[in-house]
Design a protein around this ligand. Structure first.
Ligand SMILES: Cc1ncc(COP(=O)(O)O)c(C=O)c1O
Length: 365
């Protein structure tokens, strides 16, 4: 089976993990944690990084740090993995959904303003599948309505918008280091920010809000979200070659684009002129002209030993968040989208096999 994704570990990961054991750095306290926080923040071009147990925890702490809660609304794209909506809901706030842009599949910036109310406190733009959101209009709206921006960059490490790293635009940004992400720590994540006060607050919330003078006294409801050094050690090793991973992800995308580009009914992933898409997952749409449904294509590829995965289901349809409204782009993405194997270590032969298998399905219909 050619998997959709497998972790790519080829550097100092084992060496650094063994070093943790030798030094007894098993919890969050130890050098690798600080090194990961520093190197990742500096890679994003921001001052502070606070490592946590997951991308979801990073989003949750960002929402909590801004004191967003009951009675507040947070704008979230409809087409996304569920975590940003959960982060708002964990704090008692209501996620309000905005449809996707038909080209980039990220939040449609034309449709944000109509969803802003007196209760809106923040926007969480999500850089879907590695393509940056259109950050300039988002930041302008945030300024106009006095809203916070928390970038959900879980899928887009190293992506660029107008030459600047995503993760450096919002008040805070959240990244995931889950196994299938651009770099991994197994499970893990990080909050990055330029705001010292917010960074200190996230760090405090991350570990039970311990009081500096009276340790077991807690001024607020805190959390227990620290990344261990064993995990951070893997991340430090991954940071040593993150650009190589991104280069490979882009090569994979170019190769697929070349091999699949002329097949009718296939819509390739987009890259706006002012961005660097890092193509976290190589994603395509299967439209009517292809002649065979996306679901049937998945079955036929599976029989050939090729694993694929469907796109997200819109958040307005998720049972905890059921919402009336019109989300035509998100619904079309859910119906037609599929992602193809794209681990950094996929071979040229495998890329050709996947592509010729798809072409074969089209030719035989
Ligand atoms: C857009 C988005 N946000 C947040 C997350 C949550 O990250 P984690 O799985 O590390 O909690 C994911 C994970 O897949 C994601 O795709």
């Amino acid at each position: 089976m050619i998997p959709v994704y497998e972790p790519f570990l080829k550097g100092n990961e084992v060496k650094y993990v063994i070093d943790c054991f030798k030094k007894n750095w098993l919890s969050a306290f130890g050098e690798y944690n600080y090194k990961l926080e520093e190197s990742f923040a500096s890679y994003c071009g921001v001052k502070y990084g606070i490592s946590v147990t997951s991308g979801t925890a990073a989003l949750h702490l960002a929402v909590a740090a801004l004191k967003i809660g009951k009675g507040d609304e947070v704008i979230v794209p409809d087409f996304t993995m569920i975590a940003p909506a959960l982060a708002a809901a964990y704090q008692g706030a209501k996620p309000v959904f905005v449809d996707a842009d038909p080209k980039t599949w990220t939040i449609d910036v034309q449709k944000i303003e109509e969803k802003i109310t007196k209760k809106t406190r923040a926007i969480i733009p999500v850089h879907i599948y590695g393509h940056p959101c259109d950050m300039d209009p988002i930041m302008k709206l945030a300024e106009k309505y006095n809203l916070y921006v928390i970038e959900d960059a879980a899928e887009a490490h190293g992506a660029l918008y107008n030459g600047k790293k995503i993760g450096s635009f919002g008040n805070m940004s959240a990244f995931s280091f889950y196994t299938n992400k651009v770099i991994t720590t197994g499970e893990g994540g990080i909050v990055v920010t330029n705001d010292k006060k917010l960074a200190d607050r996230v760090e405090w919330l991350r570990n039970f809000c311990f009081d500096e003078e009276r340790r077991y006294f807690h001024e607020e409801i805190g959390f227990k979200y620290p990344l261990t050094n064993l995990q951070a050690a893997i991340g430090v090793a991954q940071m040593e070659y993150i650009e190589e991973i991104i280069k490979r992800k882009r090569e994979i995308a170019y190769t697929y684009n070349e091999l699949l580009g002329k097949i009718p009914g296939i819509v390739l992933p987009y890259e706006a002129k002012n961005v660097r898409n890092i193509y976290w997952m190589y994603s395509i749409l299967i439209e009517d002209d292809f002649g065979i449904s996306r679901d049937r294509l998945k079955e036929l590829l599976y029989k050939k030993g090729i694993e694929t995965r469907f796109f997200f289901t819109g958040l307005h349809k998720q049972p905890p968040f059921k919402t009336e409204g019109s989300f035509p782009v998100s619904e079309n993405l859910e119906k037609t989208g599929i992602y193809l194997p794209c681990s950094p270590n996929i071979t040229q032969e495998q890329l050709e096999f996947v592509s010729t298998s798809i072409k074969g399905v089209y030719d035989k219909k």
